[in-house]
Design a protein around this ligand. Structure first.
Ligand code: NCD
Ligand code: ZN
Ligand code: ZN
Length: 432
């Protein structure tokens, strides 16, 4: 038996026609009806399931090196595979920071050894994420990790001159600067969204303008320099308007929204449960509506998880002391189904576009984000759209437990995930 050869029968291909998918040695060889199994192949009955190109996450925090108690490359990879992902981009805010060829190669190797998803390291823009000196972007790009996205995520590249230089530098290899848009002078001490609830609770607010001012500035810089900007975790209605304007200029700007910003509001802070503390913070119903519309329209290109595991010592404390961030990899698809597919804002092709094809294109991940067709690497996920599930924190694959969705029931489950024909998930269970 060849572990990378399969006949997947009766799957709905990206929500369209029902067909069989034949996979030989990790590559799709045929898509059609009544196919015979390749030699040595295993057969999987996918009646009622939807086959999507494997999901690609542009924004994942694995905590290795440095905080292996919160997540390792392997545990995060497992959570990703269970969430339907075949590739994740690993943020640079590790310890040490991924600001050298050595560290990005280490993360890349750990991902390859875990073998559950392709782990594509993101490199830091500045040394130690400090915003003072540019990191060795070229050396990271030329390394075995082949870095194309650079980000100081967790922190904003606040100095406009540094941002301009970084945008200019990455043009040489068609790289992207992914910005955590937060004007630090406007968010000092901030604990949650600045609005009705922050006044009520007496917590320092994080105003929408702190995000919007940086996005507007960076769009202008990118337009001026002719480089590529990607905006991380867009969270406000005003940001969507600015992005629409920047795109109308033809500037090379892309943007992501996180599932939690499509579903949860700042009212969650009234629980004082730090599981709801995240950066940028949960916003308002008006923002949610604009983010959903922007994602449907394509002003926001992709859904990214910002999976941010934190140990209980960093989360089970009072609100002000807790680290911001929440788990995301295993719930992202279900939340997109709930917030976008069920209300009729996206169909399955739209989901494939925003969770697989576009993120793969932005990250330059060849072999990902491709619909099943002869000759394409078999990176696939099989979804049961009719099933539902309830989030039980202890059952998640992450080493951390900081999900805001405990005991919530969501539509759609991931039944199987294939990485180059190897089943990383079968019957909803991780295979290693
Ligand atoms: N989103 C968060 O609240 N936290 C992220 C950093 C970040 O994405 O800004 C983390 O690394 O924990
Ligand atoms: Zn961030
Ligand atoms: Zn992040």
């Amino acid at each position: 038996m060849n572990v990378n050869s399969w006949l997947i029968q009766n799957a709905s291909i990206v929500g369209r026609e029902t067909a069989d998918i034949a996979i030989e040695n990790g590559v799709v060889t045929e898509v059609g009806t009544g196919l015979t199994a390749p030699e040595g192949a295993r057969v999987l009955d996918a009646t009622g399931l939807i086959a999507l190109p494997g999901l690609v996450d542009l924004h994942t925090h694995l905590r290795e090196p440095g905080r292996e108690d919160a997540e390792t490359v392997e545990s995060g990879s497992r959570a990703a595979a269970l969430g339907g992902y075949t590739a994740v981009c690993a943020m640079a805010n590790t310890s040490p920071v991924a600001d050298t060829a050595g560290v990005v190669e280490q993360v890349w190797r750990l991902g390859r050894d875990a073998g559950l998803v392709d782990v594509q390291p993101i490199g830091a823009v500045t040394v130690g994420l400090k915003g003072e000196h540019m990191a060795e972007l070229g050396a990271m790009a030329d390394s075995a990790a082949n870095v194309r996205i650079f980000s100081d995520d967790g922190f904003c590249v606040a100095d406009p001159k540094m941002m301009r230089r970084a945008l200019e530098y990455v043009k040489a290899f068609d790289g992207v600067i992914a910005q955590h848009a937060e004007e630090p002078a406007l968010t000092a001490g901030a604990q949650m969204h600045e609005g009705e609830f922050s006044s009520q609770l007496g917590l320092a607010g994080w105003p929408a303008v702190a995000e919007e001012a940086i996005i507007a500035r960076d769009c202008l810089l990118t337009g001026h320099v002719g480089s590529r900007l990607h905006v991380c975790h867009v969270s406000t209605a005003g940001s969507v308007e600015i992005l629409r304007w920047a795109k109308s200029k033809g500037w090379r700007v892309t943007a992501e929204v996180c599932p939690h910003h499509l579903l949860l509001t700042d009212e969650r802070a009234t629980t004082y449960d730090p599981v709801n503390k995240v950066n940028p913070p949960l916003r308002t119903d008006t923002d949610i509506e604009a983010l959903r519309a922007g994602l449907a329209e394509g002003v926001i290109d992709v859904v990214a998880t910002d999976h941010a595991p934190h140990s209980s010592e960093d989360k089970d404390c009072e609100w002000a002391a807790a680290r911001p961030g929440m788990l995301g990899l295993q719930t992202a698809l279900s939340i997109v189904v709930k917030t976008m597919v069920e209300p009729g804002l996206l169909d399955w092709d739209g989901v494939a576009e925003r969770m697989s094809r576009r993120p793969a294109r932005i990250a330059g991940l060849d072999g990902h984000g491709l619909d099943p067709a002869p000759g394409v690497p078999a990176n696939l996920t099989l979804i049961d759209p009719a099933a539902s599930w309830t989030v039980v924190p202890n059952e998640l694959a992450s080493l951390s437990r900081n999900t805001p969705y405990a005991q919530m029931t969501f539509p759609a489950t991931v039944r199987a995930t294939f990485l180059r024909g190897e089943a990383t998930v079968l019957e909803g269970k991780a295979q290693k």
